[in-house]
Design a protein around this ligand. Structure first.
Ligand code: PMP
Length: 415
């Protein structure tokens, strides 16, 4: 029943009952569990100036600064001084808006420059920039695929990809997460069809990576290109920040490489990189690009600088991985379960009880730490969790404070 889904983050499920709106809207809106899930983040937190590592808690009407370990600003680029200076300069020069769809009048020199640089980052011929990370996945799949085609999705992919699949009218098949036998079965079942394998570089709930070294031979054997969403891996993985494809030395084997600009890049938007033919084709058929205003010029100028800062040397990445190692080691030393984590996304899995999850979340907030609780059905009921997004900006002091709070609230609370 619809009200079983008390969830803050229910994009991350392929359960058809969750994907379609509940029948009784009023009942759902008034359900106390649903209200609790939404109010937890919506009403008890306010953004502080340094929102990426510090947030204002408004719990019980008392305002206090607390550590934020949920932001996607992995490399701190959203507030980097050089990035902000570039954005300000562009605001003066171009104004706030590009004021037109890309094929009409919206494409500026900034968009062309950034697209070229993104293509290079991904070792591809060309790239297309979307105003939204969600919208880019929708447009790319809706544009690429047709009725009669087959989209073969890892079961844990993001909702934007499923929505793009739905709009495309292609058949959607789901293989078991990262299970290459399950993938092969689906490929075999549709071997005569035009098809695409869709996976993520780093999965945003578990922090594990796509099994590219095993996926690529299947992609080649079945003539099914790989579409890889590197939302959580671009700029962090690979020697030059190209992502998980580059990390495995398989960037040339990825047919279409997708990235968002809202996470490590610290801005907003999405992009797809591929060969020149596909990008030209998508310019005609990816509706969320073609029929939507081109991204805001100050944002693009800031993003060009963000890309330069992140790739001119490995300082920010090194700091991110040092922080990730420190947190992982110490969370595990507390006896907490971090599942199959292989990245800067660290799940802290607490198991069965949804009540405890929200209780712990509230207690941690009172003591000075915001961790996002992730409830069923975003994750299986036996694997309810908190999810930490590591930032290169965390200080040792932030991390030690957070670890103490986790020990006091979660470890002691579970005993
Ligand atoms: N793809 C993945 C894998 C994501 O995790 C997200 C956002 N969480 C998106 C796409 C959408 O990106 P945005 O929030 O920038 O629209």
């Amino acid at each position: 029943k619809a009200t079983d889904f008390s969830l803050a983050d229910f994009h991350y499920t392929n359960n058809p009952d969750v994907l379609s709106p509940p029948e009784d809207f009023e009942e759902w809106i008034n359900d106390p569990e649903v209200q609790q899930a939404f109010s937890f983040t919506g009403q008890s937190l306010l953004m502080a100036p340094k929102a990426n590592t510090e947030i204002l808690s408004n719990l019980d009407g008392k305002r206090r600064k607390i550590i934020n370990m949920t932001s996607y600003n992995y490399l701190g680029l959203s507030t980097h001084p050089e990035v902000l200076a570039a954005a300000k300069e562009a605001a003066d020069k171009y104004g706030l808006s590009s004021s037109g769809a890309p094929l009409v009048s919206g494409t500026l020199d900034l968009h062309l420059e950034f697209a070229e640089k993104l293509a290079k980052l991904k070792h591809k011929e060309a790239a297309l920039i979307f105003s939204s990370g969600y919208g880019g996945n929708v447009g790319a799949l809706q544009g690429m695929m047709r009725k009669g085609d087959v989209l073969i999705f890892d079961e844990k992919i993001h909702k934007s990809l499923i929505d793009g699949g739905t709009l495309s009218h292609a058949k959607m098949e789901f293989f078991d997460h990262n299970d290459m036998n399950s993938l092969e079965q689906k490929l075999e079942k549709h071997k005569d069809k035009r098809k695409l394998i869709v996976a993520e570089g780093v999965y945003s709930m578990d922090g594990d990576m796509a099994k590219l070294p095993e996926m690529v031979p299947l992609s080649e054997a079945y003539n099914a290109p790989i579409y890889l969403d590197e939302a959580h891996s671009t700029l962090m993985f690979g020697e030059k920040g190209g992502g998980v494809g580059e990390h495995f030395g398989l960037e040339d084997k990825i047919g279409m490489s997708y990235g968002t600009l809202s996470k490590s890049f610290g801005g907003v938007g999405g992009f797809i990189a591929s060969n020149e033919r596909i990008i030209r084709y998508l310019k005609g058929y990816a509706s969320s690009w073609n029929f939507s205003c081109a991204p805001s010029p100050p944002v693009i100028a800031g993003l060009i600088k963000a890309l330069e800062v992140a790739t001119r040397d490995s300082t920010l990445r090194d700091q991110l991985w040092a922080n990730t190692r420190y947190l992982k080691e110490n969370i595990q030393a507390l006896g907490l379960d971090i599942g199959d984590c292989e990245s800067q996304v660290i799940p802290v899995i607490i198991g069965q009880s949804g009540e405890k999850l929200f209780h712990f979340a509230g207690e941690m907030q009172k003591r000075g730490l915001f961790l996002q609780p992730i409830d069923y059905p975003a994750v299986p009921a036996h694997a309810r969790r908190f999810r930490i997004s590591v930032s290169s900006q965390f200080t040792r002091e932030d991390m030690d404070t957070a670890l103490n709070i986790m020990e006091d609230v979660i470890v002691k609370g579970m005993k």
